[in-house]
Design a protein around this ligand. Structure first.
Ligand SMILES: [Zn+2]
Length: 162
């Protein structure tokens, strides 16, 4: 979220008891899969803090929908680089994943009421200059399909067929 968010989001420890690491580098890999040990070591050398499989498409879709977006990454494992932790396996991930679902729900229950007021960030106008197709060349079906997101930008351009 651009700009200063509510203090809730920047606390080092949330009321849920979870430790928060604010910021970091997220690497989005194609999945579902686990990294090889070589990949895991390379990601660490690159300075990657968290590896996941969903955030890049989520962030892009949110941008296209002019939604603000923030990542709440709840870690399930150390991948396979850690010397004293065992390599990641499905059972371990699933057990932690279930706990993380409860934690995520608790965080969201507490965070959503903190989100009040009008947005001043550029997210709400992200599509303003994104339509490169000439308005008269946009088919009615496309206008209808994308109308929820594009209506306010296309309406002022006029339409060929409606
Ligand atoms: Zn925003």
């Amino acid at each position: 979220m651009p700009g200063a968010g509510p203090a809730f989001f920047t606390r080092p420890r949330w009321p849920t008891g979870a430790t928060v690491h604010f910021g970091g580098t997220y690497l989005c890999i194609e999945g579902p899969q686990f990294s090889t040990r070589a990949e895991s070591r390379i990601y660490r050398q690159w300075g990657v803090d968290v590896i996941g499989m969903t955030n890049l498409p989520e962030a892009r879709l949110a941008r296209e929908a002019e939604l603000c977006y923030a990542t709440l990454a709840l870690v399930t494992d150390y991948d396979c680089w850690h010397e004293s932790e065992g390599d990641v396996d499905v059972q371990g991930v699933l057990a932690i994943l279930q706990r993380n679902v409860q934690l995520a729900q608790a965080v969201i229950r507490r965070a959503v009421p903190q989100l009040r007021g009008a947005r001043s960030c550029p997210c709400s106008r992200a599509l303003e200059h994104a339509i490169l197709t000439a308005p008269e060349a946009i088919p009615a079906a496309a206008r209808q399909r994308l109308g929820l997101f594009l209506e306010r930008y296309l309406a002022k351009e006029g339409t060929r067929d409606g």
